[in-house]
Design a protein around this ligand. Structure first.
Ligand code: TXA
Ligand code: MG
Length: 330
């Protein structure tokens, strides 16, 4: 049975011992829950891929308690230091040149000569990282391709007994996976949009930052940028301005005047068919709610999940990125 544990000094010690012994721990972070293993132990890392059903060509992010821990494992370039000072600890992952012979399992990097590094801000993640004092490889704690977990219950629903212990610290405040910024060579580029936006990074660097878009038929820049990802089982329809009969609604802002084709109003749908990411149109609130509300509406009796449009600015870019992937057909 998976142990779902309230974090305390004692239980964090237990989790650290489990990790040292090659176990897998559900670790809360400010973005989503991670499935953590000792990044220096290939057997433990292999268990992550097994538990998630994740293809081995998709590399993992290594988590550290501080920037000071990283130079043993990756080259902290001038650009990396500058950006880390502004956004760490926090929801930002940097792709850096990996130090040869650093001890990180080749499974973590899927054979690449770069390493994804992140210093999370969540208190429990910080305490756990300090207690183990080795880098922790941690992808989102869900079956590969499904929605990322933002609560401890999501972790257990998705992975069941495949995770040895879950440190349960409530819902994640950001709710979307970290921004992935590639600083490993040439011009910095965002491989995955997140809560730290291109504008935030431009402000620090003083030059334009672009998003790498994965398009059909082109090789993804980041192995994890497969178009279909983060997907519920129910089909997702974007930019809905009205509903078809049988559709569930994921609203953003007011849905007061939204109609159902053939008669009726969205506002009269039963609670089970209707969620609102943010009635006031707040993008941070919408990001935090996105994955759990998609899960709430993901039921076989719903023909489709119709999603109202989200403005393509700031955090809306990351929300729309996840929604487009959720809407992508197999
Ligand atoms: O917020 C997050 O980043 C969460 C929490 C747990 O920290 N983690 C997470 O991990 O979302 P995961 O494995 O689901 O996503 C990692 C992403 C993937 O898209 C992967 O392809 C990319 O980072 N990535 C990892 N290493 C890379 C590398 N060396 N080069 C390019 N992309 C890399
Ligand atoms: Mg993931």
């Amino acid at each position: 049975m998976t142990k779902i544990i309230v974090p305390s000094k004692n239980t964090i010690k237990q989790a650290a011992a489990l990790l040292e012994a090659g176990g897998l721990v559900g670790m809360p972070t400010e973005t989503v829950y991670g499935l953590a293993a000792n990044a220096l132990n290939s057997k433990a890392v292999a268990r992550i891929f097994g538990a998630k059903g994740r293809p081995a060509f998709n590399p993992l992010i290594c988590h550290f308690h501080s920037l000071n821990q990283i130079p043993d494992y990756a080259d902290v370039t001038e650009q990396a230091r500058l950006i880390a000072h502004h956004f760490w600890p926090g929801p930002l992952t940097l792709i850096l040149p990996k130090k040869p012979g650093c001890g990180i399992s080749d499974l973590v990097t899927a054979g690449l000569d770069t390493l994804a590094v992140r210093v999370p801000s969540h208190k429990v993640a910080q305490d756990l990282l300090r207690a183990v004092n080795v880098p922790l490889a941690a992808p989102s704690a869900n079956i590969s391709g499904s929605l990322s977990p933002t609560t401890p219950a999501h972790v257990v629903e998705s992975l069941g007994h495949k995770v040895d212990m879950v440190l349960a610290a409530g819902a994640c405040t950001v709710g979307l996976e970290s921004t992935v910024l590639d600083l490993s060579g040439g011009t910095p580029v965002i491989l995955r949009p997140g809560a730290i936006t291109a504008e935030d990074i431009e402000y620090i660097f003083g030059f334009e930052i672009t998003y790498a878009h994965s398009e059909k038929g082109t090789a993804p820049k980041s192995p994890g940028m497969l178009l279909k990802h983060y997907a519920p089982d129910t089909p997702v329809r974007l930019n809905a301005i009205d509903l078809e009969p049988g559709e569930a609604l994921l609203a953003f802002g007011s849905d007061k005047f939204m109609g159902i084709k053939g008669g009726g109003a969205a506002k009269d749908l039963p609670e089970s068919m209707r969620r609102n990411l943010s009635e006031s149109g707040d993008l941070h609130e919408a990001a935090a709610n996105l994955f759990s509300m998609l899960k709430n509406l993901d039921r076989p009796e719903h023909k489709t999940i119709a999603v109202m449009s989200i403005p393509e600015k700031g955090l809306g870019i990351a929300i729309n990125d996840r929604l487009h992937r959720a809407a992508e057909k197999d």
